[in-house]
Write a protein that binds this ligand. Structure first.
Ligand code: NAD
Length: 414
């Protein structure tokens, strides 16, 4: 089975060679600063008590408070949160926001709990974590399976424990959230894709999106509105194809009514995991990690894979894709729009400001376009793939803030 933690460590090792990273620094970056694994007993509606497993991994805070989402999913485990927390460290450094890396989650299928049970569990999680989080310590946000309602309960619990509203980002607008946060990850991904396309000039602009949650929907919607063609979409229940293209808003409306994209009118149904193997110029995995691996990478027909999810391409798969000249836009760049606008939200909360949606969008575009162009330049100059280029920039920024690196970060940024 794919182990994201070993993927994350492998990627770090690869970049350590390129930047000639000191062995002790590599060793220190290869472990999170702290990993909390805890049991969360809650009372179920039937009167019984059930324990759920909770996690929070704090990878690195050299550049600022730990930052990273909370995931509610049955597959959540220690290796997964460790990997995701390390990726957050690099992502925050890459887009140059003053945060480190963290990630958390609960091993649970939230769809199987009643609202009351889900509220108890969400509150219990924050109650447990309250000594370890804070606006200047560790700032969680929503990830897979965590709705705005859950964030609302979490915020209420955090406030009861003396924390401030800047302790959480991705909040609903009425609770101190930022304009533009909900679409930020998808929007940032689109800015990256469009900037890439200025360099590679894709003609058909066809896109297949795997996963139609927050990230997948917004990415598809914004791309569609900007002249790209969405020819396939999947969710956990099934997948649809339509070579003429579909309108993501209509697909969402249908999914909201029926529970899935499956059977969307005038489209062909296929099995969910077959969507990755269909012909398209752009493939956007926007669900979970490890979905493109050594078993299917050689069958991928896309020209560009834009990693909207975290860690969807394994290191072994990446080698195969590289041989086949498929460009992979790494997650730490492609989906960094979310944490960038989370930073804007945190900043607005701390400074009692409220930015307009237009301001958020402009600032996001500026930051993410700049990061893309820096990564592109490093990739061309050093003849390395985009992931390694992004890592070179991100890891050297993390290390350089402590003055560890022999050749300092400015050398990589030129
Ligand atoms: P979400 O819960 O809103 O959506 C996840 C979607 O994936 C759902 O539509 C689900 O049906 C689908 N899915 C699950 N298993 C699938 C499968 N096997 N095949 C096809 N679809 C499947 O979650 P999200 O917030 O959109 O996050 C998606 C990914 O993006 C995750 O990897 C997350 O870590 C990453 N990410 C999210 C954000 C953010 O701001 N939400 C930011 C950065 C990265």
């Amino acid at each position: 089975m794919n182990n994201p933690w070993s993927s994350a460590k492998k990627q770090l090792k690869q970049v350590a060679k390129i930047i000639d990273l000191d062995k002790n620094v590599l060793k220190s970056l290869s472990q999170p600063d702290r990993v909390l694994c805890f049991s969360l007993p809650i009372k179920l509606d039937n009167g019984r008590t059930k324990k759920f497993l909770g996690f929070r991994s704090q990878h690195n805070n050299r550049r600022g408070p730990y930052k990273g989402g909370i995931r509610f999913h049955p597959q959540v485990n220690k290796n997964e949160v460790k990997a995701l927390s390390m990726w957050m460290t690099w992502k925050c450094a890459l887009v140059d926001v003053p945060f480190g890396g963290g990630k958390g989650g609960i091993k649970v299928n939230p769809k199987k709990l009643s609202d009351v049970e889900l509220e108890r569990l969400s509150r219990k999680y924050i109650e447990y974590l309250s000594p370890y989080i804070g606006e200047n310590k560790d700032v969680p946000a929503p990830d897979v399976g965590v709705s705005p309602q859950v964030i609302g309960w979490m915020l209420d619990e955090a406030l009861k424990h003396g924390l401030t509203k800047a302790v959480l980002t991705g909040k609903p607008l009425g609770l101190g959230g930022s304009q533009g946060r909900i679409k930020a990850t998808g929007q940032g991904g689109f800015f990256v894709l469009d900037e890439l396309n200025k360099n590679i000039n894709l003609k058909k602009k066809t896109i297949i999106v795997q996963g139609f949650g927050n990230v997948g929907y917004w990415f598809a919607k914004i791309a569609f509105e900007n002249g790209y063609k969405i020819i396939g979409i999947s969710d956990s229940q099934g997948a649809i194809l339509n070579s003429e293209g579909v309108n993501p808003d209509q697909v969402l409306e249908y999914k909201n009514q029926t529970g899935s994209v499956k059977n969307f009118p005038q489209s062909k149904n296929i099995e969910a995991d077959k969507i990755l193997l269909q012909p398209t110029e752009i493939l956007a995995p926007a669900a979970l990690e490890g979905v493109i691996n050594k078993n299917n990478a050689f069958k991928i027909k896309a020209k560009v894979i834009i990693e909207m999810a975290n860690g969807p391409v394994t290191p072994k798969a990446e080698k195969i894709l590289e041989k086949n000249n498929i460009i992979v836009v790494p997650d730490i760049l492609a989906n960094s729009g979310g944490v960038t606008v989370s930073y804007f939200e945190w900043y607005q909360n701390k400074n009692q400001e409220q930015w307009t949606e237009q301001k958020v969008e402009e600032k996001l575009k500026e930051k993410i376009t700049q990061s893309f162009n820096q990564v592109w330049k490093i990739s061309k100059k050093r003849n390395i793939n985009l992931r390694m280029a992004a890592y070179v920039l991100a890891v050297s920024r993390v290390v350089d803030c402590r003055g560890y690196l022999k050749s300092n970060v400015s050398n990589f940024e030129k």
